[in-house]
Design a protein around this ligand. Sequence first.
Ligand code: NOJ
Ligand code: MG
Length: 547
Amino acid sequence: MTLQLSKVYQVETTHLKWWHNAVIYEVYPRSFQDSDGDGIGDLAGIIQRLDYLADLGVNLIWICPIYTSPMTDYGYDVADYCDIHPMFGDLATFDRLLAAAHARGLKVVLDLVPNHTSIEHSWFQGSRSARDNPKRDWYIWRDAAPDGGPPNNWESIFGGSAWTWDAPTGQYYFHTFLVDQPELNWRNPELVNAMKDVIRFWLDRGIDGFRVDAIVCLMKDAAFRDNPPAGADSFWANWGLTLEPRYTMHQPDTFDQIIDLARIFHEEYEDRVYIGETGAPIFEMLIPYYGKPLGGFDIPFNFSMLYTTWDAANIRALVEGYYAVIPAGGWPNFVFGNHDDHRLATRYGMENHRSVAMLLLTLWGIPTMYYGDELGMADVFVPVEKRRDPWGINKPESNFGRDPERTPMQWDSSPNAGFTAGEPWLPLADNYQTVNVAVQSADPQSTLTFYKRLLHLRRASPTLLHGSLAFVDGVPDEVLTYVREAAAERLLILINFGSQVREVDLRSITATAELLLSSHFAEHSGPHVRLQPHESVLLRIAADAQE
Ligand code: NOJ
Ligand code: MG
């Protein structure tokens, strides 16, 4: 078997910042740890678990919205950007969390939701109260169409028209999400300044950055043109859209706003990270989110892995397609799971979830993990009467409900998995007595142990963090193979996507192979590797080998 290195993706390492070495861990605060028995996670709960996170080996925690909110969209409907919902704690508790995280070397990033507020925000209360209210123009108001219907055909992701009639002032307001999430008008400079002050409020408090929500929706077509129909198999169906959002998402003037806000992160403050929720159907559409060519988001989230199947050729094509478009000096990232998408163990299959970790944590690019992935948590079936997510409730026939991936973190085998002393807001997984942190910490071959080993290998390895990457051709089908290389070190990753044993003879590229980690904790020695079904391995190979 003759193996060959394919195209080498070189990594630009001259201007590295701390966040280039980040492993992002998303905490969905309602479900992480409850401290007061109300069945809902809170800030004091997160503080109790910081030692766990530091020990796990992640270094940046992103916490979904914790602000004052009626919780119609579980915090993505903000009623006050500068205060904490009492259910989560208060500003003093937040300051304690931040100090405790920093003391453990963990960075803290919050969610910024600039696209919309809650209907309960005082800005919207003013805006809807009268046409001449000073806040009227902070939201998007339009007259009815001549027949009294909505101003155009724009649709809400969460179901129905994106326009809601507001009788007291006789106009429609716009919302991409829920009726309770009116959209802000980013053409109004006072609104822009107010949002800049929100950013400064939190950066002054010491947070390490923001993940900016729904940024692709920020600007809408100034002429309010109708959106064209989307094909049934178009990307937009992933988001429940029947129209192509040609005039409502990814608008060119959105990029100007992103760059304008970037100046706060990059010029007014030091060492803060600016992350964007930049879902896009093709990689080319991500480029402008980096700026022109840079100067925009440090980390425009790459969600391509959320919409693909677990197939070696597919994954390789996605990674290469992505690397090919990243602008010079830009840095890749990979999101394999989050609070909006089904659990990776469910999407890719339980037999593959450790290989997903191997891929995520050995590719060139910043990894984002979702809480519980490190245990192999899968989607939890939530019966109709216990469903909480409005997206799933509004579209009951669909698979859009997000409750299955938002169930409580499984800490131990005690009642309610150590998550709460009360009644958990979403049901726990049936398997929590065996799949939990306590059980897996004691098991040297558990998924948690595997993640921990991998995370610690990654953080100590300049090769995994900054080395070049090249895929290897000539390997058996279904075995994704790539080399990471830096200075005098070459690491090789083999991932068996298939359900058969696969033999890989590496002698044409290396005389030696030292096993660093196997997903199955199997033994391997030497350059002839016999992979078990669904096994993945990380090897150190000879640096001076011929190709
Ligand atoms: C994206 C968030 O991730 C999602 O949870 C939320 O429902 C929408 N934006 C609206 O804010
Ligand atoms: Mg609580």
